[in-house]
Design a protein around this ligand. Structure first.
Ligand SMILES: Cc1ncc(COP(=O)(O)O)c(C=O)c1O
Length: 365
């Protein structure tokens, strides 16, 4: 038995997403690049790379990881590159997408050997969180002024537009794409490729995947462009659990259970977006507030129902914990970092990484 806490990536579940991605590529002609910001656990990259075209990145280290561990097409993007990074970025990428005209002009000569693109900001998005809304007022994420972009068209051959955010609503995606076409249509007709970014939940249950494929194909044909998608969450959704063990129970007006993990350290987005973790089936007569072991008063996974009373040593398994979790885990409170394990297609479980005191110590000095 593996010692908790650990993230368990289930390849059978991952395969369901991969097959949907492969279907979309085949049917729409779009290429799919894994967004490493969401998921960068490279032990499953060999498996994923059979179904996807490559990776996209947010930094020098991500672009290098994509090239070294995933292969295929490697896109480089960053909100801003530093002078000391650019050569290494260019040497690890097939395409580089600049966030601003300023960065494009600064680095265009250094990037002359590879394909260059620019991020556009359509000023509409599906985000309901200001903090995650790329189209928020005064956003730094991409250029929106057509007249300004016109002036640098000779330096680029494509665009990246990322304005979907956890968007499971195809009609909303479709409407926003039409708004993009209205705003940027003249520019789109002049390039060879367009990346529509991530944030589209097309691998979700009941998503109208065929309508999605048709819309992408129509867009691609209308402007004569190769479409790219950058699925992060959609690639790994529902593939992974975080396995924890109850360390203590208390009654403080409510039943509380403390587990050997922490949302701040291991599922940070729950804290940022004020969401609760998912427990399945979340049924039964016994209700518990499940809490983390860090000192943060609000280190709470959520309130869930269980079939039995929880006691020390019981397992609590949190669902859907692949995206924006392992890439954001940290050493807050020195809480033991979860091991990373993979459940193979034949059901065998393999540990791929364990973290110990030496990792904690070496993360500081
Ligand atoms: C430029 C870009 N591409 C892709 C993604 C991946 O998004 P998601 O994980 O929601 O699919 C993001 C997420 O922020 C992004 O900013």
């Amino acid at each position: 038995m593996l010692q908790t806490p650990y993230y368990l990536i289930d390849k059978t579940k991952l395969l369901r997403n991969m097959e949907k991605i492969a279907y979309v590529r085949e049917k729409s002609g779009a290429k799919a690049l894994l967004a490493l910001k969401c998921f960068a656990t490279w032990s499953v990259f060999d498996f994923m790379s059979e179904y996807m075209d490559g990776t996209t990145s947010s930094s020098l280290y991500e672009v290098r990881l994509g090239r070294e561990k995933f292969g295929g097409e490697t896109h480089a993007y960053s909100v801003a590159y530093a002078d000391y990074e650019i050569e290494e970025v260019v040497s690890n990428a097939d395409k580089i997408i600049f966030n601003s005209i300023g960065q494009l002009e600064r680095f265009a000569d250094k990037a002359a050997g590879i394909t260059c693109g620019l991020r556009l900001n359509p000023q509409v998005s599906s985000s309901t969180f200001d903090i995650a809304d790329p189209a928020r007022p005064f956003s730094r994420l991409g250029e929106w002024d057509v007249a300004k972009v016109e002036k640098v068209m000779d330096r680029i051959s494509g665009f990246m537009i990322h304005n979907n955010c956890e968007n499971g609503d195809f009609d909303l995606f479709d409407r926003m794409l039409s708004q993009i076409e209205e705003k940027f249509g003249t520019l789109l007709a002049r390039v060879e490729w367009v990346s529509l970014g991530g944030g589209i939940h097309f691998t979700g249950d009941n998503y109208p995947i065929d309508r999605f494929c048709d819309r992408l194909k129509q867009f691609s044909e209308k402007y004569g462009v190769q479409v790219y998608l950058e699925p992060g969450e959609a690639s790994i959704t529902k593939s992974t659990t975080l396995e924890t063990t109850v360390l203590d129970t208390l009654f403080n007006g409510k039943n509380l259970a403390i587990v050997d993990s922490s949302i701040e350290a291991h599922l940070l987005d729950l804290l940022i977006y004020r969401e609760t973790a998912k427990v399945s089936p979340n049924e039964g007569d016994h209700s518990y507030m499940v809490c983390g072991k860090s000192c943060l008063a609000g280190d709470v996974f959520g309130e869930f129902r269980f079939e039995h009373e929880l006691k020390v040593g019981d397992r609590v398994s949190f669902q859907d914990t692949a995206g924006y979790t392992m890439v954001k885990k940290n050493w807050f409170n020195g809480v033991k970092m979860p091991t990373i394990a993979i459940k193979e297609l034949d059901g065998t479980v393999r540990t791929v990484r364990e973290f110990g005191f030496a990792d904690f110590e070496q993360s500081l000095s």
